[in-house]
Design a protein around this ligand. Structure first.
Ligand code: SAH
Length: 347
């Protein structure tokens, strides 16, 4: 059966010809996230805050220390982009409010488009005064700390392939599925032209990063961006996940999570051009260890029943171990240029 988003995409391709991968990805993910039941053991994929509460708690401590480095402003915006089930924010606040003054100063803003996930976040964060936004555009001005875990990877990307000339990899219909077709382009692609080379870029990621950096430059603050991605290089990095397994990215749009590895070199370049100081990227394992995740986990596990201890320590190992999420995931921070040091990063 063809779902509504698939029908709309087919109609569009029939009218206009092959569409950009970004157009396909955006429509598919909007429909996909809308339901809100996608993250967690019962959904399609699991994320760091759903694996261990230590993750959000350390991010909360990081935010509290960063707030102090900003001179502990009496009011500032704590903004999370793509907050999922609200778990990271709940864990972060529990830890950050231990810093006197932080809780009263923080205005909470969640950038989330999915009605289903907003509902879920409202439940997780019951009792907190929160404002929701479709995009950063409506988040008020002022000093801010931005948090984003696995947000940038969900934003649509474009792909370019070299075959003696550069082409855009676009999406066409292919019977009951879709397929990639090459459409020649005259666009200047900033990658070495070797046969078969694939280059990815993302106007959506660029736009968000530029916006964050401009706000940091204007009002002060810092941003913490955590995602799986690469520090440099290119290749086809789009993937689909459904029920915790890899799936075909070009089938049944809206029924699976489409993501792309984040190009952190591009993020750093965009942020730097917009006037932000860039820290990292560091491997997630390195950053979490520097913040003391192992000590925190030991403390949390102490005196607990064997099975609970196991869950806590295994969860943290999953986040830090290079064979699990420790290396693939990277942590990058952006800040107002006056901030010369941020917890966990090299100055
Ligand atoms: N940070 C969470 C969820 C990651 S999943 C966690 O770590 O568990 C991606 C999140 O980004 C979801 O909340 C999804 O609804 C949101 N999202 C994806 N694209 C978005 C967009 N264009 N605008 C706003 N939110 C978006």
């Amino acid at each position: 059966m063809v779902n509504a988003v698939e029908a709309a995409l087919r109609e569009r391709i029939a009218a206009e010809g092959p569409i950009g991968l970004d157009v396909f990805m955006e429509a598919a993910n909007n429909a996909y996230y809308a339901t809100g039941d996608v993250i967690g053991a019962a959904g399609d994929f699991i994320t760091a805050p759903e694996i261990s509460q230590c993750f959000g708690e350390l991010i909360g401590l990081w935010a509290a220390i960063t707030w102090q480095s900003l001179g502990a402003p009496a009011s500032f915006n704590l903004v999370e982009l793509g907050p999922g089930r609200g778990t990271l924010m709940a864990d972060a606040l529990r830890a950050a409010v231990l810093m006197p003054g932080f809780g009263a100063a923080a205005g909470l803003h969640l950038v989330e488009r999915s009605p289903g996930l907003r509902h879920r976040q409202r439940r997780t964060l019951t009792g907190r005064d929160i404002r929701w936004h479709d995009s950063l555009a409506s988040v008020p001005a002022g000093p801010a700390i931005f948090l984003a875990n696995e947000f940038l990877d969900a934003l649509p990307i474009r792909q370019w392939e070299f075959t003696g000339r550069w082409n855009e990899r676009r999406v066409a219909e292919d019977g009951d599925a879709f397929r990639i077709v090459l459409v020649p382009t005259d666009r200047a692609i900033p990658a070495s032209a070797a046969a078969g080379a694939i280059y990815e870029d993302s106007p959506a990621v660029d736009g968000v990063v530029k916006d964050i950096a401009a706000r940091l430059q204007r009002d002060g603050g810092a941003a913490l961006l955590i995602d799986y991605g690469y520090a440099a290089g290119h290749g086809d990095a789009v993937q689909a996940v459904r029920r915790h397994a890899t799936a075909d990215a070009l089938k049944a749009p809206g029924t699976r999570d489409l993501t792309a590895h984040v190009n952190f070199a591009a993020v750093a370049a965009t942020a730097g051009r917009a006037g932000a100081r860039v820290f990292g990227p560091l491997e997630q394992g390195t950053w979490l260890r520097r913040l003391g995740i192992e000590v925190r986990a030991e403390k949390l596990a102490r005196g607990k029943p064997e099975a609970t201890r196991d869950t806590i320590l295994t969860g943290v190992r999953r986040l830090t171990d290079a064979r699990a999420m420790g290396s693939l995931f990277k942590v990058m921070a952006l800040a107002h240029p006056s901030l010369t040091a941020l917890e966990g990063f090299d100055p």
